[in-house]
Design a binder for this molecule. Structure first.
Ligand SMILES: Nc1ncnc2c1ncn2[C@@H]1O[C@H](COP(=O)(O)OP(=O)(O)OP(=O)(O)O)[C@@H](O)[C@H]1O
Length: 636
């Protein structure tokens, strides 16, 4: 094989030389080290040597398409013979000696497009969209498994042209021989290769059958693989969506069976895809188990029947992670590796149209099959929530079905709104966990907004259900709903409360005494993430100087304080409130604050860790002092 580039014209090059007195440039042509190129393809472009068979099948398909464009009644057969060596024979358009010189002798040149990348209306090419190949490198994939490729071809376009044999070698040498007509009585092409000793597994009969099925099961031509004894195995089978079935149920069952065979799962439901504009047909299978949104379902994409990718992840919008598709399309384009889809406008349009189809299925389900919708939401509510955030109609339609974690348990927002005139939203899971039991006991309705999408969705409720009211949960709201204690109790605890305010004031925290259930909870720390960030920003502004202090200072809002609410119903708090000595009161206040911080399950600051440490050791010391005092032996 040679490379093909236009050598520089010495005259033009000299005229373009800007340096006076410079020597006239000499023109050269790049040489290509074919072994290096094959190495590049095999290790970096193609995922595995097995793609060699895909490239051969694809060339055969393209050749048949080209022949049938002129003669629709031409035979359309691809026969693969795997008997140690491998031959692929097609009844396609074939090539003449001139074609060989033009297309097989130059890497990167393809009969399926013109040299300038456009469409070639002559010869083999009718339009690029008719063919899968276009890059002119596919045949090189054979060098990944063999050192020599032989192509014997007879042209259907020029039946009188002699049969031509091209023998290409992986070091770049090739020969061309013309053969008598008897060497190939019918038009078409046979490609033959003998595997290298380290690649014999790829041309073994069983392996070839498996590969041919993998890539070619949906090909629209007859494809067979024969073994050394001539036994033929049929590879192609009609796509289940193309088969006519006796009833919708039979069709449904056939599509489900195809999913089981192809993906190894039984779908929750099947959504048929049919986009005539891009010649796309197929099925989107709803996964029976929840899939994390981050895990993209690998879709199987066939182009003109040929499998391009079984891991395509850009066929559907991101939110549709609850389905896995198998499609066959005419209008999409493969990348050069043929293992992915070319990201062009057509792909974007396909993505949008498939997304719309899946969304329609979802919205239609509430009317057509509520039980299925229930099961679907049970498994995929995260996906639905992701989708509903940007889709009012869907949100309106599916809101009655979506579960949220609330102080009344797992309920829908509609139910919850009926029971609570104001829905409060806890912004983090920790906040919810900590406040929910207390807020619930005080009759407040709180939704856990800490899960992905939930806070956004709950806040949109008043748009969807006018008359409902939603507010963020803030410490003030909760404290306002906790019972105040009577003034005498407040007075009796005044000294302890003053000490506690001193102790926790360092953490931008106030102290209040209230009565709330459960009585077993001694203290509650009301705080939220934004308030914590605000405090951190304020502290940094104080510590920073110059420009940063100004910037941080200008961002600074009024610093919100956390609130430590002590529970007067709790016996320990009652006893702490009457501690006479200041030293023990400090330790008790530190311990109550430390325990309340731990219950929030948020990370501790360095100051809080030190406080916990101090109070723990202080309590231990105090406990041992008490023991010593009670031990008569120690006294003597
Ligand atoms: N079975 C075949 N029948 C007729 N012509 C063929 C056949 N196989 C290969 N050719 C010719 O050889 C050329 C080069 O083939 P090759 O597979 O390298 O590239 P391609 O199919 O054009 O593009 P791609 O790299 O995208 O596959 C083709 O453009 C075609 O003209």
């Amino acid at each position: 094989m040679s490379t093909d580039s236009t050598p520089l014209d010495p005259k033009t090059a000299a005229a373009g030389s800007a340096v006076p007195g410079a020597a006239t440039p000499t023109a050269h042509t790049f040489q290509v080290d074919l072994r290096g190129l094959v190495d590049l393809l095999s290790h970096h472009l193609y995922s595995s040597p097995r793609v060699y068979l895909r490239e051969l099948l694809q060339n055969a398909v393209d050749a048949i398409s080209a022949r049938r464009a002129a003669d629709p009644s031409a035979p359309a057969r691809i026969t693969v013979r795997a008997d140690g060596d491998l031959t692929v024979t097609d009844t396609g358009i074939g090539i003449t000696e001139a074609d060989v010189h033009t297309f097989l002798a130059t890497i990167g040149r393809s009969s399926k497009r013109t040299a300038d990348g456009g469409l070639d209306n002559s010869g083999l090419a009718a339009a690029r969209s008719d063919f899968i190949g276009q890059f002119g490198i596919g045949l090189l994939a054979c060098f990944v498994v063999a050192d020599e490729i032989t192509v014997v071809s007879r042209s259907a376009k020029s039946p009188d042209a002699p049969v031509v044999e091209w023998r290409g070698h992986s070091d770049g040498r090739y020969t061309i021989t013309t053969l008598p007509a008897s060497a190939k009585p019918e038009p078409g092409t046979t490609v033959h290769l003998t595997p290298r000793p380290d690649a014999t597994r790829w041309t073994r009969h069983d392996q070839v059958v498996e590969l041919a099925r993998h890539y070619g099961s949906l090909l629209r031509h007859e494809v067979t693989v024969t073994d050394a004894r001539g036994t033929a195995t049929r590879i192609d089978a009609p796509a289940p969506w193309d088969v006519r079935h006796g009833s919708p149920l039979a069709r449904r069952e056939a599509l489900t069976a195809y999913c089981r065979d192809t993906f190894d799962f039984t779908p929750l439901d099947t959504i048929e895809l049919d986009l005539p504009l891009v010649g796309l047909r197929g099925a989107a299978y709803v996964l029976p188990d929840a899939a994390p949104p981050s895990r993209r379902a690998g879709h199987r994409v066939h182009l003109k029947g040929m499998l391009v990718s079984d891991q395509a992840d850009d066929l559907l919008p991101d939110w549709a992670f609850f389905v896995r598709c198998v499609v066959d399309a005419d209008g999409l384009r493969p990348t050069a590796s043929r293992e992915g889809l070319y990201a062009d406008e057509t792909l974007a349009a396909v993505r949008e149209a498939c997304g719309a189809r899946i969304r329609d299925w979802l919205t239609g389900l509430s009317a057509s099959d509520p039980a299925l919708l229930h099961r679907f939401i049970g498994v995929h509510h995260l996906a639905v929530k992701a989708l509903a955030r940007y889709d009012d109609e869907l949100l309106r339609m599916l809101l009655p079905w979506l579960p949220f974690e609330t102080t009344d348990g797992n309920v829908t927002l509609d139910e919850f709104a009926r029971a609570h005139p104001v829905i409060l939203v806890a912004r983090t899971v920790e906040e919810f966990r900590q406040v929910a039991p207390i807020a619930g006991a005080a009759g407040l309705g709180v939704v856990n907004g800490g899960y992905t999408y939930d806070s956004d969705l709950v806040h949109r409720l008043p748009e969807i259900r006018p008359g409902t009211s939603v507010a963020d949960l803030d410490p003030g709201t909760v404290t306002a709903h906790l019972d105040t204690v009577d003034p005498s109790a407040e007075l009796a605890a005044a000294a302890f409360l003053a000490t506690a305010r001193e102790v926790v004031g360092r953490f931008d925290c106030d102290v209040a005494l209230r009565s709330f259930h459960p009585a077993s909870a001694p203290a509650l720390l009301l705080d939220n993430r934004e308030a914590r960030h605000e405090r951190t920003r304020a502290r940094l502004a104080d510590e920073a100087d110059g420009l940063w202090a100004d910037i941080l200072g200008s961002l600074r809002a009024e610093v919100p304080r956390a609130q430590l609410v002590l529970n007067h119903l709790n016996p320990l708090v009652r006893r702490a409130a009457t501690i006479p000595g200041k030293e023990l009161a400090v330790i008790a206040a530190e311990a109550l604050y430390g325990q309340a911080v731990l219950l929030t399950r948020r990370p501790l600051t360095a100051g809080e860790s030190a406080l916990l440490n101090r109070s723990f050791l202080g309590l231990l010391d105090h406990a041992m002092l008490g023991r010593d005092a009670a031990d008569p032996q120690k006294e003597s």
